[in-house]
Design a binder for this molecule. Structure first.
Ligand SMILES: C[S@@+](CC[C@H](N)C(=O)[O-])C[C@H]1O[C@@H](n2cnc3c(N)ncnc32)[C@H](O)[C@@H]1O
Length: 206
């Protein structure tokens, strides 16, 4: 299986999600719902998927830079943003190796870092932290140790299950605004367990 298995997986999922008129398709997922009230100013949505959060943030006045490796998702988001005249710049990118330029008032990475091997995931997380302006907010959501659900991952190393205290460790010195764990049912009577951390970077005007 190639290291791009996860990207193909999501392209296929997003193609079917956007080809049927699904009433709930633009609804925020629980992690995006947690994140939205913390977003203002310039926002980086890193691994934006279909862009529900990017559009919701733009509707509340944010200027959003949205990145994802799914061509289906980025096409869809570009069309939505143009139709609604939203301030969303959506770009196709493989985020395992993407030079982030500039700094942002809010940086969001929901459900994406776990698709990278751990070395890459931790390096990219550090880059995201560096790209958050002092006083800005980072929202990070990852799958954590304890899950028994592995179907969507490349076997043998193409993914990262974060140890349950890893986000707290890596955000030491930041003001923790919210730290949550959520469990969901998964196939074969297993569970998916996610950790979400919302933290403010020290410094700046708040
Ligand atoms: C679980 S979805 C989360 C999407 C969105 N953040 C949300 O909360 O709905 C994971 C996203 O990561 C993207 N992704 C996976 N591997 C990627 C890679 N190497 N580079 C960029 N995006 C990637 C997928 O295309 C997908 O949009």
């Amino acid at each position: 299986m190639s290291r791009d298995h996860s990207i193909s997986f999501f392209d296929t999922q997003f193609r079917s999600a956007t080809s049927v008129a699904s009433a709930g398709s633009s609804a925020l997922n629980p992690f995006e719902t947690l994140a939205l009230p913390y977003l203002s100013g310039t926002v980086l949505d890193f691994g934006c998927g279909l862009g529900n959060l990017a559009c919701a943030a733009a509707r509340q006045g944010c200027r959003v830079t949205a990145l994802d490796a799914s061509a289906v998702a980025i096409d869809h988001l570009q069309r939505r943003a143009a139709d609604e005249q939203l301030s969303v710049s959506a770009t196709l990118a493989d985020l395992r190796d993407y030079p982030i330029s500039g700094s942002f008032d809010a940086v969001v990475a929901i459900g994406v870092l776990m698709f990278f091997d751990c070395t890459t995931a931790y390096r990219v997380l550090h880059e995201l932290q560096s790209s958050t302006r002092p006083g800005g907010v980072a929202v990070v959501n990852v799958l954590i140790v304890g899950t028994t659900f592995m179907d969507m991952f490349v076997p043998n190393g193409g993914h990262c299950l974060f140890p349950s205290d890893e986000l707290a460790r890596r955000f030491a010195g930041w003001e923790i605004l919210q730290a949550e764990t959520h469990d969901f049912d998964a196939p074969h009577q297993t569970i998916k367990r996610f950790a979400t951390l919302i933290a403010r970077k020290p410094g700046g005007q708040g």
